[in-house]
Design a protein around this ligand. Structure first.
Ligand code: FAD
Ligand code: UDP
Length: 367
């Protein structure tokens, strides 16, 4: 009999396992997939750490969380500076002075950039934006919208911008400095040696069984421990009793290329609607790799259906209401605590995931 069974070896489950074993509890982690790490999993291909479930950049403003993950891996000084490709033009993201001076060859200063954007905003201004297109035009004007937002957003959500709710982009960061850093957080980097190594460090003192699906042996697994932390999909746990929660999915086409450097940057967004993928990730650049070959992943947005890999929870009213019903059921489960992006049906960045796991463990240890 274990003190704890943890379902899922993703970042949430791994932080729980580390904290609970450190507190002297015996822990069994079961994982449906054939590897640990959940969606932060990295695998080595040609000596390059490939982010199999999408590019992961650790960023946080919370020093405690930064120091915490730093116990398990050294983080490098990678700073995310994605580039956008629109037809035969290249722009820096997020929207900043580098972007503006390239979009408008007569713009040189922040005041000139601000004046140009203001002029454009006025032309298309609507008082109460009813959809994402109107909202974007209000915020940044037509040039930026057409070249850098429209096609990308349509591909990402599989819908016209006029059919998407305005709230998705309440805020679009616009910077009047020459600063290509995508994130505003104080700390940022990639774990040297890959995320899998970081997760393995967290799981060092737990027993781990791969290829075990909790839902296929629920009763036996429940009997194996005093308490359970479940980080799988909450709706699946309850047999989709109130219908399935929806996700947005992504699909990757990964290729090894016989060249040292394909695009010169880890992330290039393709913002034109007629390019089918949203972006290309070149994994080696996350770790300043100098291997003779390179690995790239084209990322496509995909409609999700039950049974597919769930990626992003859909933050609309319908799904929020459905999740509330599952949450009420989850709260009544005496032996089981639910956590993580699937257990709580919330988009968590990695730093949020670590913080949420630490607070769950704190509650557990207070029992
Ligand atoms: P998961 O990683 O999903 O782990 C859950 C685990 O449970 C999985 O391994 C799964 O196989 C297992 N499991 C599920 N059901 C069962 C079952 N029935 N039995 C056994 N095991 C089961 N965050 C950032 O901070 N920066 C980024 O750049 C970033 N990029 C992202 C890009 C993408 C495409 C996505 C989808 C997310 C990104 N995130 C990023 C968020 C990050 O992935 C999450 O914060 C983190 O992975 C959540 O960890 P988790 O343990 O909650 O979930
Ligand atoms: N976005 C855009 N053009 C870009 C990058 C982002 O229009 O080149 C918009 C788009 O609407 C997208 C949102 O910003 O849905 C968030 O994008 P980001 O890539 O930061 O989010 P992620 O997909 O990584 O969660």
């Amino acid at each position: 009999m274990y003190d704890y069974l943890i379902v899922g070896s993703g970042l949430f489950g791994a932080v729980c396992a580390y904290e609970l074993t450190r507190a002297g509890h015996s822990v069994l982690v079961i994982e449906r997939r054939g590897h640990i790490g959940g969606n932060v999993y990295t695998e080595s291909v040609e000596g390059i750490h490939v982010h199999r479930y999408g590019a992961h950049i650790f960023h946080t403003s919370d020093k405690k969380i930064w120091d915490y993950v730093g116990r398990f891996a050294e983080f490098n000084n990678y700073v995310n500076q994605p580039v956008a490709r629109y037809r035969d033009e290249l722009y820096n993201l997020p929207f900043n002075m580098n972007t503006f001076t390239k979009l408008w060859r007569d713009v040189f200063t922040p005041a000139e950039a601000a004046a140009r954007i203001e002029e454009e905003r006025k032309k298309d201004f609507v008082k109460e934006p009813k959809n994402l297109e109107e909202q974007a035009l209000n915020l940044v004007g037509r040039t930026i919208y057409e070249k850098l937002i429209k096609g990308y957003t349509q591909k990402q959500w599989g819908r016209e911008c006029t059919q998407l709710p305005a709230f998705i982009i309440r805020r679009l960061p616009v910077r009047f400095t020459f600063d290509n850093n995508y994130f505003n957080d104080r700390y940022q980097g990639i774990p040297v040696g890959g995320y899998t190594k970081l997760i393995a460090g967290m799981l060092a003192d737990a027993d781990v069984r791969l290829g075990c699906d909790f839902l296929e042996g629920r009763e036996e697994y429940l009997a194996m421990a005093r308490r359970v932390i479940y980080t799988g999909p909450v709706d699946a746990y309850f047999g989709y009793r109130f219908d399935a929660l929806e996700y947005r999915s992504v699909r990757f086409e990964t290729e090894v290329l016989d060249m040292p450097n394909y695009q010169g940057n880890a992330v290039v967004n393709y913002t034109a609607a007629d390019v089918p993928y949203t972006r290309i990730i070149e994994h080696k650049h996350f770790e300043f790799g100098t291997q003779p070959k390179t690995v790239i992943s084209r990322e496509y947005s995909a409609e999700w259906k039950r049974g597919d890999e769930p990626y992003y929870p859909v933050n609309d009213e319908k799904n929020a209401a459905l999740y509330e019903k599952y949450r009420a059921l989850a709260e009544r489960e005496e032996k089981v605590a639910f956590g993580g992006r699937l257990g709580q049906y919330r988009y968590f960045d990695m730093d949020d995931t670590v913080a949420a796991a630490l607070s769950l463990v704190k509650r557990e240890l207070a029992h």
